[in-house]
Design a protein around this ligand. Structure first.
Ligand code: GLN
Length: 545
């Protein structure tokens, strides 16, 4: 039987529940346990796909094409495990299932209610996720007290009655409050948040307390007395310099050991040596590097989360300290800003705003031989720039930005034109690409293979509607753009573009430019702190030279 760990948040949002769950997953996996994390999002969207990065941060994509909350990115990076759509569901998805069942007559005669129909569906999803694993780690989005989260908390309360109580553990993530202006630490919000959780029928077994300073014994006594959580299960999480330090800190605070004791697991030895190595590299950089990230969603700190993390991974791998300079593609001072940097990344995005700035930045990178990496929209902008400035197709554009352009160099495929719905209809999830032997891409992805045998396939995750228009393949190539990754013919699991060769990776010859490469995919989703993605690694390596 699997163990169930539920993680709720108290007081305010944004205190690091996602990182806590990711860290806990790592601590358990490092003890040889098989874990699966699940994130529950209490909003009515069916998935994160239609949500604006300005509001919610990036949309993360899994191999199987789920558009998910960004916490899944933390889980994948920390636990080093590819997740599926089973690891994220929303209120919207739960209601959709229940109401669809009602329409086909599954509950015939009954009144459909939140209890038991909605809560049953929630429990079913959690139990399904737990199959074949030692621990299922469930994070409930939002904060206890939100109306939206009530059915989920209720489902968890019920689930406790259905399973062996010793397989059930509840963690509440809270923060010490520091009053203004004395900066005195206060525990009252923690006490009240636990009271609220208790009012809903859940008593936390552990508290994880975010804090600026170590929690005093006096405060620990008080928290324990008011919340009935044992002292040794009150885990302090002091602000850390790097995200990747957090699992090590929580391990020092004995979170993993205490959880094993709770479940009666003896002699589970922990091995965090790989992770220690990462921290060692972060703490001992040999060089500093400045990378410009040219985008428009710069006001939300997490809008480009996976790109930022992938850049950090590459810096860690190359023993460099990285400074990521967010560059607003809607401002006019681009060239001045770009003068002082070592590499340029143009990440993904939607809509016309900021496009011309991205194209200007790419032109600057191409002409000044600045290492450049384009991601999804970044590839599309690089193709537009090349079309306009090298192929002399004046006004070339994507039909996303100018439906009437004379040269629709980026466009829908004919088979996509009938698609009217916005949700879940992009080219999503993992797709293969064949790499061109001898290309920069082939050398980056397969550094150990000999020159001739580099005709290899790769898989990367996608999330886009538009493609390089096949009508322009020839002219682009004739003018010197290399298509170093092409989708293979007849890949069976694609509903798009069967029998069509789509451009997956472009590059400039290395004679002309030291590092100019862009991909239609989102390689940032597959980068890991201990295994930087080859395209990011190549960017940082070249920039360091
Ligand atoms: N807007 C572009 C498209 O839909 C690129 C999307 C992206 O960068 N993820 O094709």
């Amino acid at each position: 039987m699997s163990k169930f760990i539920f993680v709720t948040g108290g007081i305010v949002s944004g205190i690091g529940k996602g990182i806590t769950v990711a860290s806990l997953g790592l601590l358990l996996k490092s003890r040889g346990l098989k874990v699966i994390p699940v994130k529950i999002d209490p909003y009515l969207n069916q998935d994160a796909g239609t949500m604006n990065p300005f509001q919610h941060g990036e949309v993360f994509v899994t191999d199987d094409g789920a558009e998910t909350d960004l916490d899944l990115g933390h889980y994948e990076r920390f636990i080093d495990q590819n997740l599926t759509q089973a690891s994220n569901f929303t209120t919207g998805a739960v209601y959709q299932t229940v109401t669809a069942q009602e329409r086909v007559g599954e509950f015939l005669g009954n009144t459909i209610q939140i209890i038991p129909h909605v809560t049953d569906e929630i429990k079913k999803r959690i139990k399904n996720a737990s199959k074949g694993v030692d621990v299922v780690l469930v994070e409930i989005g939002g904060t206890v007290g939100d109306i939206e989260a009530l059915p989920f908390i209720e489902a968890i309360r019920q689930l406790k009655q259905e399973i062996n109580p010793s397989d059930f553990l509840c963690i509440h993530v809270v923060k010490i409050d520091y009053v203004y202006p004395s900066d005195e630490a206060k525990t009252k919000p923690i006490q009240q948040s636990v009271q609220m959780l208790r009012g809903l029928g859940l008593q936390p077994d552990f508290l994880i307390c975010r804090c600026k300073r170590p929690i005093t014994q006096e405060h620990r006594n008080k928290i324990s007395l008011f919340t009935s959580v044992r002292q040794e299960r009150i885990i302090q999480a002091i602000d850390a310099g790097s995200l990747y330090q957090i699992p090590i800190n929580l391990e020092k605070e004995k979170l993993g050991t205490q959880i094993c004791q709770f479940f009666g697991w003896k002699n589970k030895k922990v091995n965090l040596s790989q992770w220690q190595k990462i921290i060692g590299k972060i703490e001992n950089p040999k060089a500093t590097i400045r990378v410009a990230m040219v985008g428009k969603y710069l006001h939300h700190p997490d809008a480009y989360l996976s790109v930022v993390e992938a850049l950090k991974h590459a810096a860690i791998q190359n023993l460099a300290k990285i400074e990521i300079i967010p560059v607003d593609s809607e401002k006019n001072n681009l060239q001045a800003v770009l003068k002082k940097i070592d590499a340029i990344v143009v990440p993904g995005g939607f809509g016309i705003r900021g496009i011309e700035g991205k194209i200007t930045a790419i032109k600057y990178a191409r002409e000044n031989k600045i290492p450049f990496l384009g991601l999804c929209l970044g590839l599309q902008c690089a193709v537009i720039e090349f079309g306009r400035d090298v192929c002399r197709l004046k006004g070339a554009n994507s039909t996303e930005f100018n439906p009437k352009t004379k040269y629709p160099i980026i466009d829908y495929l004919p088979e996509q034109r009938h698609i009217a719905k916005k949700g879940g209809t992009m080219r999503l999830g993992q797709y293969p690409a064949k790499l061109k032997p001898g290309s920069l891409a082939a050398r980056l992805y397969f550094p150990s293979l000999s020159h001739v045998s580099r005709l290899q396939s790769i898989f990367e995750r996608h999330r886009h509607r538009y493609e390089v228009n096949p009508k322009y393949h020839q002219i682009l190539q004739k003018n010197g753009l290399i298509f170093s990754g092409i989708s293979p013919n007849n890949f069976v699991f694609s509903r798009f573009a069967r029998n069509k060769k789509l451009v997956e990776i472009i590059e400039l010859p290395q004679k002309i430019h030291p590092y100019f490469i862009a991909t239609q995919a989102h390689p940032e989703f597959k980068s890991r702190p201990n295994r930087a993605h080859p395209l990011f690694d190549g960017l940082i390596k070249t920039a360091l030279k």
